[in-house]
Design a protein around this ligand. Structure first.
Ligand SMILES: Cc1cc2nc3c(=O)[nH]c(=O)nc-3n(C[C@H](O)[C@H](O)[C@H](O)COP(=O)(O)OP(=O)(O)OC[C@H]3O[C@@H](n4cnc5c(N)ncnc54)[C@H](O)[C@@H]3O)c2cc1C
Length: 441
């Protein structure tokens, strides 16, 4: 690729492009610094120009230009992904969609937005209309819906409504990367190939999602003498049909020591919960039955006002822990429902240095027990050795130390993804090197 494209693009001042080094660094970055391996492997990966379209015409113009000039394009929401998904490894254009962010419609339990809309704004808009988002990441205040669907998985609400694969998305408007970009509208199960595939096969321009009825969430921190006790309580709360909940996040001591604003007592495991105020009595009974103690209770009228318990859940746990100890990194685990307690005990026995963090969710109607444990990085061999051992114990690992979609846990057939990519991104310009040419899947 020659540099002629830059001269041609510089002659388009109406597009508000950024070329300076500070902007190139800022908009080529995400939260892959949670992984020392990714920091090393992605060092020096920078976009050459940052484009932030605000209208569909500008978006089409940029995509047409990229296709004509064969310039790599990496789409970006707000750069809160953890695996370097939106880091442009082959330079080219960073397409920052965070300014393409209008909420277009909220009616009949469905919300339609431009793909750069922030989930926090979508949630507050939905709540004013008597609804709320079904699921959103703990980064909801800054993350975009496009980034969540293409780079995320689930989070707050997933215990109730499942993950991004559980009927969340009703509609996608896709843009192709061609000299005359096409607009493709997809409904229902047609949207699946775009979920968690890092924007490698097409660009989400608009999104329609199903909403949930609004509920009144109280927030709780419940303390236990041991992690095993906290885990048992969390699991029973997850399975209790009479407790309406949006979040159940379980933390082994000393992780709660990092949650400074919550001012928790030392030496105790903690379960962070969001539960509907109508479920208070049932929840209190469960806490008593498990000999937990209420360390924090926040009334429903304080929900999303100031710091909340979800600010310490999912990968926010990793964020707080790394503030205290920047050597800490994490893994992403999936447990066998029938053997989770046993698997956790075995993991502790072999690797006592790994600190347990569990999130309860659901997927396809089944309970999903996920782990985001913390550990200090020593070497790639150490991380890979622990991953291997956990897999031998029957714990599944989605490696968060790779930006390769296959190794990180692709959820869709590679052949089908490539068939779509060839049609919608015929010059293979989108988020290069993230989707391998493998034919298995
Ligand atoms: C502290 C912390 C906590 C987190 N908690 C959670 C959590 O609870 N649950 C969870 O799932 N994730 C979590 N994440 C990961 C991340 O925040 C989410 O996945 C988030 O939704 C990403 O949104 P974004 O707008 O920042 O996307 P980005 O990081 O900008 O992009 C993510 C991916 O999507 C692609 N993309 C973005 N927009 C589009 C588009 N319009 N069309 C095509 N491709 C696009 C990008 O190319 C990239 O591959 C967390 C991360 C951090 C740092």
């Amino acid at each position: 690729m020659s540099d002629n494209w830059k001269t041609k693009l510089q002659n388009q001042p109406h597009l508000g492009l950024l070329w300076d080094e500070a902007s190139r660094i800022k908009y080529s970055m995400d939260y892959h610094h949670f992984s020392p391996i990714l920091v090393r492997d992605l060092q020096g990966s920078l976009g050459e120009c940052i484009a932030s379209p605000t209208t569909e015409e500008e978006l089409d113009e940029l995509l047409a230009f990229a296709a004509r000039e064969k310039v790599p394009v990496t789409v970006r929401g707000n750069g809160t992904g953890n695996y370097g998904q939106c880091v442009p490894v082959t330079g080219g254009l960073v397409l920052n969609l965070s300014k393409y962010n209008k909420i277009l419609e909220t009616s009949d339990g469905i919300m339609r937005v431009q793909a750069g809309a922030r989930l926090g704004k979508m949630e507050s808009t939905a709540r004013r209309a008597g609804y709320e988002l079904r699921t959103m990441p703990s980064t909801f205040q800054s993350a975009t819906i496009g980034g969540f669907l293409c780079g995320g998985f689930g989070g707050i609400g997933s215990i109730r409504w499942g993950t991004i694969w559980d009927g969340l998305v009703t509609y996608l408007k896709i843009k192709t990367v061609e000299p005359v970009p096409r607009t493709i509208e997809l409904y229902g199960s047609e949207v699946r190939p775009y979920l968690h595939t890092y924007g490698t096969i097409g660009i989400l321009a608009e999104v329609g999602i199903n909403l949930a009825p609004r509920m009144e969430w109280m927030q709780w921190a419940v303390a236990f003498n041991s992690f095993a006790d906290a885990f048992r309580f969390g699991r029973e709360a997850a399975e209790a049909a009479d407790i309406d909940k949006r979040l159940i996040s379980v933390h082994e001591w000393p992780i709660p020591a990092c949650f400074e604003p919550l001012k928790l007592e030392p030496d105790q495991a903690v379960v962070l919960m969001e539960a509907d105020e109508q479920s208070e009595e049932q929840l209190r009974a469960l806490i008593t039955a498990h000999q937990g103690s209420v360390a924090l209770k926040v009334a429903a009228d304080r929900y999303h006002k100031g710091v909340g318990v979800s600010d310490f859940s999912w990968n926010h746990t990793t964020l707080w822990a790394r503030k205290q100890n920047p050597d800490l990194t994490y893994l992403q685990l999936g447990f066998d429902n029938a053997r989770a307690g046993e698997q956790l005990a075995l993991m502790k026995q072999e690797h006592p240095e790994v600190m347990n963090h569990i999130e309860f969710a659901s997927q396809g109607g089944e309970l999903l027990i996920s782990g985001l444990p913390l550990l200090a990085y020593k070497s790639d061999e150490q991380i890979n050795g622990i991953i291997r051992r956990y897999e031998e114990m029957g714990v599944s690992v989605s490696n968060p130390h790779t930006w390769d979609l296959d190794e990180g846990g692709r959820s869709y057939s590679n052949e089908k993804l490539w068939a779509i990519k060839r049609s919608q991104d015929p010059y293979e310009l989108l988020n290069q090197k993230k989707l391998k040419q493998a034919t298995t899947g």
